[in-house]
Write a protein that binds this ligand. Structure first.
Ligand code: GLU
Length: 437
């Protein structure tokens, strides 16, 4: 049930299963169970009305086994440490599954950003950055945008980090504006990757995006970019939603008109009217008649009960953790193919990696190059996932977790191997010392 859902426990339950199905070295288990560092900070912010606001912030650095910690920062009124721990764990697995040289981290502030002025948001971001400045850095831990944060937030973080440390460096955050060393294609990257992953899976079943119906839950950065790109590729987006509810049109929504409508000021979908468009509740959107369902909002949206109501053939997880572990079982039993978050939404962090590389080298790539390389990373990773799925007969989530966990286990083994070699060397030395006696 939703009230009992704990994102961190849910993530660990899926890892347990994957360790077993994939026969992963059990010595890795605790490395993916315990985050390396969990930081909690209290942020005191001067509010516009003269009062002092107190906000709780977190940065969980889950693993840097394969490279510097990496992961976004979210601003949300329900943000908890358990949620951030789960999100950080998923980042470790996400970077491993697509084989980019990063570990996993995540940050968050418990705040409803809609209640803050731009000035208050900037000051909050500055206090947060100063508080975590000692533990982040371009070769240490690299934040990025997530739910309710964007390139503006990254511009403030980049600036505050430079001032707090006296060492401004472009690579300390990704998802920056172009003028501060951002990458072309970064803003649309997660949405772009979601659509590419959907196309890769559909192809396996002899289907294509053109003419296929899609429903999207969430019209933030990821949902709205995915909607535009699906639409551009000839898919029929029949439903979209935001916090105010959803809109549905059997013959397809006018996606460019909706995106433009939402872009203008702080408008919500409950005010959107157009011929043939009806307003629907969130639950109706999830269960609507669309071939592809794209949850692009928050965790815990598709539980076992919701999973039984779905009418789609594919679920492509644009959000992190939208489907619970028990819902996975229902979907599998019902023959609904799920494209897991750690693969489906990896486009964002892959292009973050490209941004970081461009910053290190002091170069700038064109959008075409960025998207082409992004496709290459996704295709390569998908070949591995599919092979694992065929080998074990498991679902794509299991396959993705197994590929990621094995890669982490291999990194661990390489370190342990050195240690073991050291041990045998010692034994050899002991033997020859004994022989000499
Ligand atoms: N917040 C995004 C995610 O969950 C992007 C992370 C990043 O670019 O570091 O994957």
């Amino acid at each position: 049930m939703a009230s009992e859902y704990d994102p961190y426990e849910n993530a660990q339950a899926v890892i347990d299963r994957a360790m077993e199905v994939g026969d992963v070295d059990p010595r890795l288990r605790d490395y993916v169970r315990y985050p390396q560092r969990e930081t909690k900070v209290n942020l005191l912010v001067d509010m516009d009305d003269g009062t002092v606001g107190v906000f709780e912030g977190y940065r969980v650095q889950h693993s840097n086994l394969r490279g510097p910690f990496k992961g976004g920062i979210r601003y949300h009124e329900n943000c908890t440490l358990s949620e951030v721990k789960a999100l950080a764990t998923w980042m470790t697995l996400k970077c491993a599954v697509v084989d980019i040289p990063f570990g996993g981290a995540k940050g968050g502030i418990r705040v409803d950003p809609r209640r803050l002025s731009v000035g208050e948001l900037r000051r909050l971001t500055e206090r947060y950055t100063e508080a975590i400045a000692p533990i982040i850095g371009s070769d240490r831990d690299i934040p990025a945008p997530d739910v309710n944060t964007n390139e503006q937030t990254m511009a403030w973080m980049h600036d505050a980090y430079g001032r707090a440390t006296g060492a401004p460096t472009a690579g300390v955050v990704t998802g920056k504006p172009l003028a501060l060393g951002g990458s072309k294609g970064r803003t649309s990257a997660t949405g772009y990757g979601v659509v590419s992953c959907a196309a890769l899976v559909l192809e396996k079943f002899g289907e294509s995006l053109a003419g296929t119906t899609v429903a999207i839950q969430g019209m933030g950065n990821v949902g709205s970019n995915a909607a535009s790109i699906f639409h551009g590729k000839g898919a029929i987006v029949v439903a979209v939603s935001d916090v105010s509810g959803g809109v549905f049109c059997e013959t397809g929504l006018d996606v460019p008109a909706i995106v433009e409508y939402l872009d203008k000021g702080k408008r919500l979908l409950n005010g959107y009217e157009a011929p043939g468009v009806v307003h629907i509740a969130n639950r109706e959107l999830l269960a609507c008649d669309a071939r592809i369902l794209v949850p692009a909002a928050l965790e815990n949206q598709i539980n076992a009960e919701v999973a039984r109501e779905l009418r789609c053939a594919y679920v492509v997880e644009a959000a992190n953790g939208p489907t619970t572990a028990d819902a996975d079982d229902v979907l599998e039993a019902r023959g609904i193919t799920l494209v897991p978050d750690i693969f489906a939404n990896s486009g964002g962090v892959i292009v973050s990696y490209f941004e970081w590389l461009q910053n290190l080298r002091g170069v700038s790539w064109e959008t075409g190059e960025v998207n082409e390389l992004l496709e290459e990373f996704l295709e390569k990773s998908f070949v591995e996932l599919w092979a694992e799925r065929v080998r074990t007969g498991c679902c794509l989530r299991m396959a993705a977790y197994i590929v990621a966990l094995r890669r982490l286990a291999l990194a661990k083994e390489k370190i342990a191997h050195g240690e073991r070699a050291g041990e045998s060397e010692i034994r050899e030395r002991e033997k020859s010392a004994a022989a000499a006696r």
